[in-house]
Ligand binder design. Structure first.
Ligand code: NAI
Ligand SMILES: N[C@@H](CC=O)C(=O)O
Ligand code: NA
Length: 438
């Protein structure tokens, strides 16, 4: 910035990295809302460049003169604000670090990177005295990062539970309501801009795990990475699971559950983080979250229960969250201030999935002979797992037992499933899923 120019008109220079689903909408908002953004910030924003992978591609409404394939040069060319919407680990990581070292504040939607190596980015931002904001990284348009980082930071958060992946919610919702197939619904989610560049991240639960890591870090003031999160995707969810869920008044949802456990005998509390499909009672508020919507419940000591709900994926909703950060970061910059950095002072241990207390729903194909039920009940009892309900469907070769357990440690439940598979009377364990939410 030249000091000779009058302050109110000196623009803040903005560089955008990536011009895909989110980047295109970010650029559109920066352009179409330029006057309002200027009024809200108190200074104009000047878009100085957009880093793309292929410069020759047709991009309606975008000035081709702004496009560059040299992202490294763009982040080193005096930007005040860098918006990273490329995704993935590299080159995003190095570009963000270069931008921060050059004194730019950074806004990113990159949960994969934040959950893998957020602390390096926070340290670089701290060192440079600039901002690192990332509202778009979790649950798209829903304000959840700022509430955890700022509004609720005076409270003690004990749980953050929700649906944080739009693509898998879209798929499971369609499978439940219209019996649609997995593959065709995934393609639809990709066409609508909900899925990650590599949709494996969505359907195998990596995206939800990254988001759960970010939420846990903020909620519990502990460094949690994606590797700390127990993860199961939705690729093993079958139409049998969905039908079984329906039969017991439930719906299958991919949930993320971040909890503070304990205190144990030593007064210690740990962080438990997991994401997996689960059967949820249809009367539970999460059951009615449809399409690519997300919902996040926060439980805290003084505030009680809070629910955040809204569009969790897609270009325009995500760009809304990015622009919110852009305005905040720009305002901070003009005041010579910086927003909150990393808070990991509590450094709680991460607990294993084995210790999580949960319930299982199981469907078993069994031989219809006398004493089957007793053999199966003994198998549960041997592992200290008590059965809540048992229902038999069909007879003879088609006999199915549908069992729901009482809450028990996950290790005991999974050991029970292993033992059931060994029993002669069990032909096949056709469905195993956790049941959450009373
Ligand atoms: N699509 C969505 O609903 C949401 C996406 N996000 C995050 O936003 C980020 C971007 O996601 P999308 O826009 O959906 O992905 P996208 O694949 O549509 O866009 C990424 C763009 O970056 C470009 N790119 C890749 N390498 C590059 C490089 N070296 N230099 C310049 N450009 C490069 C690609 O060509 C592509 O156009 C990701 O971190 C994603 O996790 C976050 C929330 C929601
Ligand atoms: N692929 C993600 C996009 C938003 O984070 C999702 O489906 O939720
Ligand atoms: Na958000």
């Amino acid at each position: 910035m030249s000091t000779a120019e009058p302050l109110a008109t000196t623009p803040l220079k903005v560089a955008v990295l990536g011009c895909g689903t989110v980047g295109t909408e970010v650029v559109r908002l920066l352009t179409d809302s330029a006057d309002d953004l200027r009024a809200r910030i108190g200074r104009p924003l000047e878009l100085i460049g957009i880093a793309v992978r292929r410069a020759g591609r047709e991009r309606p409404g975008i000035d081709p003169a702004l496009l560059t394939t040299d992202a490294e040069k763009l982040v080193s060319s005096g930007a005040d604000l860098v918006i990273e919407v490329i995704g993935g680990i590299e080159p995003a990581r190095n570009l963000i670090l270069t931008a921060l070292k050059n004194g730019a504040s950074v806004v990113t939607a990159n949960k994969a990177l934040l959950a893998q190596d957020g602390s390096t980015l926070f340290a670089a931002a701290e060192e440079a005295g600039v901002d690192l904001y990332f509202e778009a990284a979790v649950a798209g348009a829903i304000p959840i990062i700022r509430p955890l980082r700022e509004s609720l930071v005076g409270d003690e958060i004990t749980a953050v539970i929700g649906i944080v992946n739009g693509t898998t919610n879209f798929i499971l919702d369609k499978m439940d309501t219209s019996g649609a197939g997995f593959a065709e619904t995934l393609t639809e989610a990709q066409d609508l801009g909900y899925a990650e560049p590599d949709p494996t991240a969505d359907i195998e639960g990596f995206d939800a795990a990254a988001k759960a890591a970010i939420l846990s870090s903020l909620a519990f003031h502990t460094r949690v990475t994606s590797a700390d999160v127990y993860r199961e995707g939705i690729t093993d969810v079958t139409s049998t699971d969905i039908a079984s869920a329906k039969a017991m008044g439930c719906v299958v949802k991919a949930v993320a559950i971040c909890q503070l456990t304990g205190p144990d005998a030593n007064g210690e509390r740990a962080v438990s983080v997991r994401t997996h499909p689960a059967m949820i009672p249809r009367h539970h508020p999460l059951a009615s979250v449809g399409g690519a919507y997300n919902a996040v419940f926060v439980e805290s000591k003084s505030a009680g229960r809070l629910m955040f709900y809204g569009p969790g994926a897609g270009g325009p909703p995500t760009a809304s969250a990015v622009l919110g950060d852009v305005v905040t970061v720009a305002r901070n910059r003009l005041r010579g201030a910086a927003g909150p950095g990393e808070s990991s002072y509590a450094a709680r241990p991460i607990s294993s999935i084995d210790t999580v207390i949960t319930r299982y729903h199981l469907s078993l194909e069994v031989t219809d002979v006398a004493g089957v039920l007793a053999t199966i009940a003994n198998c549960f009892a041997d592992h200290g797992v008590s059965i809540q309900t048992v229902r038999q469907q069909g007879r003879g070769a088609d006999a199915q037992l549908v069992i729901v357990t009482h809450p028990a440690p996950d290790a005991a439940l999974s050991a029970t499933v292993e033992s059931l598979r060994e029993l002669d009377v069990v032909v096949e364990v056709t469905s195993v899923m956790r049941v959450e939410g009373e």
